[in-house]
Design a protein. Structure first.
Length: 341
């Protein structure tokens, strides 16, 4: 009797999976999915989205075509708001924007028209592990020279509320007392780097995984120099560059860095669906996403392009975003003052 019940349960589970797979294939067959990127071409968000688009469809039942479109405006906030309010919740529209806006919602940033906890998270290819770097021409070649700069250097940003560059630079200024003039409004890392090369800007903050690829020769020649890294432990290839947390002289400074820098890095680069996408399609896309991360062709392409792959699952992103709203209210209030002044 017991074996019969177990057998029936197994048969039922297999039947459910078959129906689920058939339903997903029936929906995605012949469809076109769009990955909307909230920054300009030339940056890490765009690069990771395009390599994912070339391989993800093979693991989605029905093998839909996947295209990438860049949607500019307020550093990705326009895209985030539109994805939440306007995008059809059918699983065919995926957003890729700066997850720092999730923190912005909890901290009371103006202009946010979504509830981060209602987005559907597919996953992330990599965390956002940032550095601050300068051009050699700026004269700032070390953290000590930055501290002692007679004139606050101009550092590039794209939008208030973005995790990096803007948020990172504002928190470093407050936590470490570093001199800087934040010049925001650039449309992503590509335009910021061009402004640095022209002498318009001295430096910026960015993902080390992305910027070391985009400006490999400049770093190799010493034309661009990393002076600070904003992660719990140093990058293996930057063993002698100071870590921000260790440079903070006060408990408050360390707390600000821990809550903002170390927390945001987990959910800063998510692939997101609008609220209301049917659960079976969410599960299909999440599973296909994680299978793509192990695909030989995907791995070969990311290795060749030197794009780091350290995937985060959708449920883990969901958990991390929910944790934002449990942050000490006093810390949130302080960060609101720092980030959105």
């Amino acid at each position: 009797m017991r074996k019969s019940v177990l057998l029936l349960a197994v048969v039922a589970a297999l039947a459910f999976c078959s129906v689920h797979a058939f339903a997903a294939e029936s929906f995605f067959q012949g469809k076109t999915m769009r990955i909307l990127v909230g920054s300009a071409p030339g940056g890490g968000y765009d690069a990771y989205s395009r390599v994912l688009a070339r391989h993800w469809g093979r693991y989605i039942p029905g093998n839909p075509t996947i295209i990438v479109e860049n949607v500019l405006g307020a550093g990705g906030l326009v895209l985030a708001n539109n994805l939440y309010k306007v995008a059809k919740p059918d699983g065919l529209t995926v957003g890729k924007f700066n997850g720092g806006f999730f923190f912005g919602q909890a901290a009371g940033q103006s202009g946010i028209e979504f509830d981060a906890r209602k987005f559907v998270f597919i996953g992330a290819v990599v965390s956002e592990d940032t550095v601050v770097y300068f051009t050699k021409a700026s004269g700032i070649t070390s953290l000590e020279k930055w501290r002692n700069a007679k004139t606050p250097p101009k550092l590039g940003g794209d939008s208030p509320g973005a995790f990096a560059p803007d948020g990172v630079l504002r928190v470093l200024q407050a936590a470490l007392g570093l001199p800087l003039q934040l010049v925001s409004g650039y449309k992503g890392q590509g335009p910021i780097r061009l402004a640095m090369e022209s002498g318009e800007l001295a430096g910026t903050s960015a993902s080390w995984y992305s910027v070391r690829l985009a400006r490999r020769e400049a770093f190799a020649k010493g034309d661009m120099i990393v002076v600070l890294q904003n992660i719990p432990k140093p990058f293996p290839d930057l063993p002698n560059v100071p870590v921000a947390y260790n440079e903070a002289k006060t408990d408050e400074g360390r707390q600000l860095i821990d809550v903002f820098m170390h927390g945001n890095r987990v959910y800063a680069r998510p692939f997101v669906l609008p609220p209301g996408v049917p659960a079976d399609r969410v599960e299909t896309l999440r599973k296909a996403f994680m299978e793509t991360m192990k695909d030989k062709e995907f791995v070969a392409e990311t290795d060749k392009a030197e794009l780091v792959v350290n995937p985060i699952t959708g449920p883990d992103l969901e958990k991390a975003v929910a944790g934002i709203f449990k942050t000490d209210p006093a810390v949130l209030a302080k960060l609101k003052q720092i980030l959105y002044k």
